[in-house]
Design a protein around this ligand. Structure first.
Ligand SMILES: Cc1cc2nc3c(=O)[nH]c(=O)nc-3n(C[C@H](O)[C@H](O)[C@H](O)COP(=O)(O)O)c2cc1C
Length: 212
């Protein structure tokens, strides 16, 4: 399949030194709000990269559920492949692609578990079916058939028929504590606008323009 003619020119916007807000968190919030306002699907979907102990990267989509100047939180199974890699390295990268705006944001940073109480608060806000799903799926493990999940789901439905579904020990949030943010706006002739925020020795954010 020859895809060499599959290309678009990026003409929807520009991003310059004057547009940059002092805090990357404020900048992220501004772009995130614009992504929400443009009605694109799942603006909080991010591609999360982890690395195994032997240096093999892997990626998957997770949903951003909270962000503030403390960091960016997502929820997952603590025994999944991503979690095993996070626990071993303490580091991730994440990418938001907002294609209708011809924008991407790249984040790198360290990761910490959110508190049990924060995970519980979010867990209790989830629909009953998703709560059962967290108890049912041994995420990332090999299973012999779909019926393994369906049988386990029936068991969980019976087990938790009465009362609240408790937070599983193997499920909760991770907070990415960013050490860099890159904001990318597509421009014509592949001469895109890129700005990176990093921290100086005094832990103050500074920005630099990167070549596209
Ligand atoms: C749109 C979308 C949203 C997803 N959100 C999450 C999420 O928030 N948490 C999660 O654990 N998996 C989520 N997944 C599934 C993951 O992409 C992935 O398949 C799963 O977490 C197992 O990844 P791992 O085996 O690399 O750990 C989502 C998938 C898609 C396509």
């Amino acid at each position: 399949m020859d895809l060499s003619e599959l290309r678009q020119s990026y003409t929807k916007g520009s991003f310059s030194e004057q547009d940059l807000l002092a805090s990357p968190f404020e900048q992220f919030e501004k772009w995130f709000q614009q992504a929400m306002d443009s009605q694109l699907e799942e603006p909080n979907a991010m591609c999360l990269a982890t690395v195994s102990k032997d240096g093999q990267p892997s990626t998957r989509i997770v949903l951003l559920k909270d962000f503030s100047d403390k960091g960016m939180t997502f929820y997952t199974n603590y025994e999944s492949r991503k979690s095993v890699e996070i626990e071993a390295t303490g580091k991730v990268a994440a990418n938001f692609l907002w294609l209708p705006l011809q924008r991407q944001v790249n984040v790198t940073g360290r990761v910490e578990r959110v508190s049990k109480s924060e995970s519980l608060k979010y867990f209790l806000s989830r629909p009953f079916g998703s709560q059962l799903g967290a108890w049912t799926s041994p995420q990332s493990k090999v299973i012999t058939s779909r019926s393994v999940l369906e049988t386990k789901l029936d068991q969980m439905k019976r087990k938790f028929a009465e009362g609240k579904v408790p937070l599983p020990d193997h499920w909760g949030g991770y907070r990415i504590v960013p050490d860099s943010f890159e904001f990318w706006q597509g421009r014509p002739n592949r001469l895109h606008d890129r700005f990176v925020y990093r921290k100086d020795e005094a832990s103050q954010w500074f920005t630099e323009r990167l070549a596209p």
